[in-house]
Write a protein that binds this ligand. Structure first.
Ligand SMILES: [Zn+2]
Length: 480
């Protein structure tokens, strides 16, 4: 089970090292290696908290096995290099400060060879060795890096979800196109040195570009964090060709496909699904109802909903109980929020022990009206909070109360039906065009499946050729 933490707690470390936006520029070249490593560690803790590591020891092990020697042979071998596969559907890879490199399970699903993944790892290692991270971090504003601390108590929610929710400011910042070109060159060099055919990376960049779509994912896409320099694929190809002339270099298509057979593909419904206004969590076995017609965003540690005009917000988080009783837990939380004019007391929600409170709090000088319900269930305390500017509170009081009272347990039998889509590798029974092996479906699906395989629909493949297919889980979800 993924730990569900409280957003604010997870982010304390980030704001502590935020840089003064005024003097930030002058800090640019002054960030020490120790600071960079410390920053990387803090972001790593946030990554683990928010996304978690993808639970496949073989895949994690392989990524370390190729990543560590590549980094050890590069310019900053003494860094505490760490390679992780994050449990996220977004197709991306990141470098954090101090030698932390991340792939998503999404990028593993879309890659078609070991050489592509090694090329991406090389590129990310390049961002670290060329010190782009420190540069990028120090040029970020306080707002970008320290944004999250005030988020759960911010009355005007400009952006309910996406990047702001993740708390991973550092990982979300964009590199410059010059940085990208430099990392491409370094990545090619590292990949070839590791014995992989870096020409594969050129083709994969094309796939990544074709995948750039609306940012629906919790993590942004590769294209949004790694802006493509002009003629990138051609540049990479040229750089690779000048290095690969001699010797046999590994591509590893079959090996990669065998490794990702069974990989979770797309969003994982076990992390929570929205059905109408009901939010259900198949692993934590609960459901809640959000106010009708509010927009809901499901993050890994917080679910939030807001009306279209952003004039109110409800959020759901969970944490372990602090203190002897639910009352103590609630009182500590209220104190931390600087609550005044508190009303409330013990209650039950659908038979579960609960505690409610209505109060005022101040956020940046704005007086908020808040209603909060704590529900204790299966070893966690669920916090259902709703708030608006105090002058708007009366308008939303009933919605907040209904929301707080909507928490229900959910049966394991029903929850167990919720399963993710998965990659399944099949071998073609005969030679033929790719699209003749795809069972009936809309043309867009054939196109997308071809892209998933790094092919065109009309590409001819040999008999016994391994292909990726997607086995649908439950519930059937719209195209992602
Ligand atoms: Zn990059």
């Amino acid at each position: 089970m993924k730990h569900v933490g409280f957003l604010i707690l997870a982010l304390v470390g980030l704001s502590a090292c935020a840089i003064d936006p005024v003097t930030g520029r002058s800090t640019l070249m002054l960030m020490s290696e120790r600071q960079e490593i410390a920053l990387g560690e803090q972001n790593d803790a946030a990554s683990l908290e928010h996304f978690g590591v993808y639970a496949d020891a073989d895949i994690q092990h392989w990524v370390e096995e190729v990543g560590l020697p590549m980094a050890a042979a590069a310019e900053r071998p003494h860094l505490p290099w760490t390679f992780r596969v994050l449990d996220d559907a977004a197709v991306n890879a990141f470098a954090g400060g101090g030698g932390y490199v991340y792939l998503t399970r999404g990028i593993l699903a879309w890659a078609n060879s070991e050489a592509e993944i090694v090329g991406v790892l090389g590129h990310e290692i390049g961002h670290v060795t060329a010190r782009h991270i420190a540069e990028r971090y120090t040029s970020a504003t306080l707002a970008q890096v320290g944004f999250a601390a005030g988020m759960v108590l911010s009355p005007e929610l400009r952006s309910v979800g996406g990047e702001l929710q993740t708390g991973l400011g550092l990982l979300m910042l964009k590199f410059s196109r010059d940085n990208e070109s430099e990392s491409d060159r370094l990545g090619v060099r590292y990949a070839v040195r590791a014995g992989y055919d870096a020409r594969e990376l050129a083709g994969f960049f094309t796939t990544l570009d074709r995948l750039a779509g609306p940012a629906q994912d919790r993590l942004p896409s590769w294209a949004s964090t790694h802006p493509a320099p002009a003629g990138r694929a051609a540049e990479v190809m040229r750089a690779a060709e000048s290095l690969v002339a001699a010797g046999q270099l590994r591509v590893g298509r079959e090996a990669h496909l065998a490794r990702i057979d069974g990989l979770v593909f797309g969003d994982d419904p076990r992390e929570g699904v929205l059905e109408g206004r009901s939010f259900k969590h198949p692993e934590l076995l609960f459901q809640v109802e959000f106010p009708a017609d509010w927009q809901v965003q499901n993050g890994k540690t917080v679910v939030v909903a807001a009306p279209r005009d952003g004039s109110a917000l409800v959020a759901l988080t969970a944490t372990e109980r602090q203190g002897e009783s639910l009352r103590e837990h609630a009182n500590a939380a209220l104190q931390a929020r600087g609550a005044t004019n508190i009303r409330g007391g013990r209650t039950t929600v659908a038979g579960l022990p609960a505690y409610w409170a209505a109060y005022n709090a101040s956020d940046d000088g704005v007086i908020l009206g808040v209603r909060e319900t704590y529900v204790e269930y299966r070893g966690l305390v669920y916090d259902l909070i709703g708030y608006a500017r105090d002058r708007d509170y009366a308008r939303y009081a009933a919605s907040f109360e209904d929301y707080g009272g909507s928490f229900r347990e959910w049966s394991r039998r029903e929850a167990d039906l919720y399963q993710p889509d998965r990659i399944r590798i099949v071998h073609t029974p005969r030679a033929g065009r790719f699209d003749t092996f795809v069972t009936a479906g809309p043309a867009a699906d054939v196109e997308r499946l071809a892209l998933l395989n790094g092919l065109e629909p009309g590409t001819k493949v040999a008999s016994g050729f391994p292909l990726k297919t997607v086995v649908a889980g439950y519930p059937r979800r719209p195209e992602r």
